[in-house]
Write a protein that binds this ligand. Structure first.
Ligand SMILES: CC(C)(COP(=O)(O)OP(=O)(O)OC[C@H]1O[C@@H](n2cnc3c(N)ncnc32)[C@H](O)[C@@H]1OP(=O)(O)O)[C@@H](O)C(=O)NCCC(=O)NCCS
Length: 180
């Protein structure tokens, strides 16, 4: 039976699950902006979830197959300045579920909704230059690398670059190309 990826908007019941993800350094090895203090994260996540998901949409990525549904990661996407219609997104897939196309599939669902339903004109993502799996996800989704933020992230006692990728509304047809 085919496995199926869906996105569920997070609820108050998911707050502790998300706190664990956001504060686990294993998930975010490349100096992400995640604050590792659980109380700070708990407050931030609660505000986002109870904020009605208008500007900030927090999803749990679910995998259905073999008669059961399990969480395999998270995806968040949020709107910047209203007039720019620019949204930024990020994701994480638990280690045991990586490499099966799930981040790419989950992104396709969210990005398609962002363009078709939420009024996005541009969607961006920022990725450490050494995060090979995430760079590959960008490639599969048809994103363009549009900027290099030089030596932005601390890494192993030194610095690494961060790339910014984007996809524009008129490029969204790349999302329906099933390369994974
Ligand atoms: C980035 C991440 C979400 C990708 O999730 P995923 O479900 O494994 O992604 P997909 O399976 O859709 O695609 C991963 C691609 O990277 C490739 N890949 C994996 N490791 C790689 C490596 N070391 N070098 C090059 N490519 C690699 C996979 O083969 C796959 O490409 P393919 O479909 O052409 O074979 C996951 O690795 C993760 O959660 N990492 C930690 C959190 C994180 O870095 N989030 C992103 C912050 S910007």
């Amino acid at each position: 039976m085919k496995n199926n990826i869906t996105l569920a908007l997070a609820t108050a019941n998911d707050i502790e699950y998300l706190v664990e993800i956001k504060t686990n350094n294993d998930f975010w090895p490349y100096g992400n902006d995640n604050n590792l203090d659980k109380n700070v994260q708990r407050q931030r996540i609660s505000e986002r979830i109870t904020g009605g998901h208008e500007r900030f949409k927090q999803f749990i990525i679910l995998l259905t197959g073999g008669g059961k549904t399990v969480p395999v990661g998270e995806l968040h996407i949020y709107k910047g300045k209203e007039e720019r219609k620019c949204w930024e997104f990020g994701y994480c897939i638990f280690r045991e579920f990586q490499g099966k196309g799930y981040a790419t599939q989950a992104s396709r669902i969210a990005l398609t909704s962002a363009f078709k339903e939420w009024g996005a004109h541009k969607i961006i993502a920022q990725i450490a230059e050494i995060n090979a799996p995430s760079l590959r996800v960008m490639e599969k989704l048809g994103f363009t690398r549009e900027a290099v933020f030089r030596e932005e992230l601390p890494w192993n006692g030194g610095w690494i670059n961060q790339y910014q990728y984007s996809l524009l509304e008129h490029e969204a047809s790349s999302l329906s190309r099933k390369s994974s």
